[in-house]
Write a new protein. Structure first.
Lengths: 341, 114
């Protein structure tokens, strides 16, 4: 199930959920549903009587992470960040790795940027795989009481829509300034890439801030690699009116998000499709594959789908069962022609 | 990628779908995506041609470990007197014909020729 619970299904129940999942996604995003052949492939993946499955030989993809060096902290292991990168490089066979601050928001990185640069520079000396630095735009942190601008969550219930929008626009300016400052410093330290992760988490103004940052950074450093990972399958219209290059951001789905990301100069795009915890894994996987397939078809840049707890048809549970998650990986790589996870 | 306990997500992905990083040519393919914006097929083809092997072989840990040792671009197991860390990336930059930001910054700071 989407919450990780183990269930047994008949073949007809499995087929029904696969068909309903793709139909739901196709209707929402107005994209093509999975074909009969693709649904059959998904069906066959579920019928493999193995606790773990993998992609066909030759179809391996590149792995990138969000919150890379934060992973050991999630499980209470106190490990230095240099050692964490080395473990992912040498014990887990990772293709890339990411350095990140435990608070994982650009606003929180700014006051400690020189320490982050110092660690980054040292890690780059002793490792081989490409190293990103990642954090979230997290525009919520710019609102009171944590930040300088009035809080839309207070203003909107009072009917102060115009004031709320003004506050969000001010937050964009603060966030763009912080992100450009931090990313520039980290790139000048030698980072192989910058990851703007969980973009759009606070809504459409959050997405706009990340697009603006990308545009500024690519003008400043044309060779910079920028990965943009999204927060959800459609952009929340918290502001409702902000637009990028004439396209309103609220309500955009992954196949539309990626086009704006490309225009801004993003190098690698990461769609995020939320897992519905009360539906079956099959329903979720079929639904995710529909969104992601349309996104990849529409993309001219590499696409690394977010496949972690609660997104990408990974169950919404901290210790996800690998039988489900490995099926998600295999299905999405093989059906959607992904470039990475 | 996303969050979750490492065995449930990170380890699962590495085994189910990942290229293998330094065990194979995963880091090299990643660099082509990151520096040239190449899609996976194009990136694999480019790396395979530069290495002079087939696309299938670049994900073969045995074949790639031998080749990586021959090219001195870093192997997943540590070998005394072989290139490590930044030394491997200088070689990778030349092998793939790409600029690696950290390599250029290192050379600038060390006063070496770019």
């Amino acid at each position: 199930m989407g919450d990780g619970a183990f269930v047994e299904m008949t073949e007809s129940e499995l087929r029904r959920d696969l068909e309903e999942g793709t139909r739901q996604a196709a209707q929402r995003a107005r994209v093509a549903p999975l074909s009969e052949g693709e649904l059959n492939h998904l069906f066959d993946i579920y019928l493999i009587p193995a606790k773990f499955v993998g992609v066909e030989l030759g179809k391996e993809i590149v792995l990138s992470l969000d919150g890379g060096t934060v992973k050991p902290k999630n499980i209470g292991v106190h490990l230095g960040r240099t050692q964490t990168v080395q473990l992912f490089e040498r014990m887990l066979g990772y293709d890339t790795m990411e350095l990140g601050h435990v608070d994982y928001s650009w606003k929180q990185v700014k006051p400690i940027i020189s320490w982050e640069q110092h660690d980054l520079e040292q890690i780059l000396l002793v490792t081989t795989i490409p190293l990103f630095y990642g954090a979230m735009p997290n525009l919520g942190l710019y609102t009171q009481p944590d930040g300088p601008v009035p809080n839309p969550a207070d203003l909107i219930p009072q009917g102060k829509i115009a004031e709320s929008r003004t506050a969000m626009e001010e937050a964009i300016e603060h966030a763009v300034r912080d992100m450009v400052f931090c990313a520039s410093k980290l790139y000048e330290s030698g980072a192989d890439g910058i990851n703007l992760d969980t973009t759009g988490g606070a809504g459409d103004h959050d997405f706009l801030a990340a697009l603006k940052v990308t545009e500024i950074l690519k003008k400043k450093y044309p060779e910079m690699c920028i990965e943009m990972g999204m927060a959800g399958e459609f952009v929340l219209g918290t502001h409702g009116e902000v637009a990028y290059q004439g396209v309103r951001l609220a309500g955009l789905y992954p196949h539309e998000q990626v086009k704006l990301a490309e225009k801004a100069g993003v190098t690698i795009f990461g769609p995020a499709i939320t897992t519905n915890s009360s539906k079956s894994h099959a329903w979720n996987l079929s639904r995710v594959a529909t969104f992601v397939k349309a996104c990849v078809q529409n993309a001219s840049i590499p696409v690394h789908v977010n496949l972690g707890m609660g997104v990408g048809a990974a169950p919404m549970v901290n210790n996800g069962p690998s039988d489900a998650t490995s099926r998600s990986a295999k299905a999405l790589v093989e059906i959607c022609r992904l470039d990475g996870l | 990628m996303g969050t979750g306990d490492p065995v449930g997500i990170a380890v699962t992905h590495a085994i189910a779908a990942g290229m293998g990083g330094m065990r194979t040519a995963g880091d090299l393919v990643a660099r082509m995506q990151m520096t040239q914006g190449m899609k996976i097929r194009e990136a694999k083809k480019y790396v395979a041609e530069k290495l002079g092997i087939s696309i299938q072989e670049i994900a073969d840990p045995v074949r790639m470990n031998e080749l990586r040792a021959d090219l001195n671009i870093g192997t997943v197991t540590q070998v005394p007197e072989a290139a490590k860390g930044i030394e491997t990336k200088i070689r990778i930059s030349e092998l793939l014909g790409i600029k690696i930001n950290g390599v250029d910054r290192f050379k600038q700071r060390a006063g070496l020729k770019l």
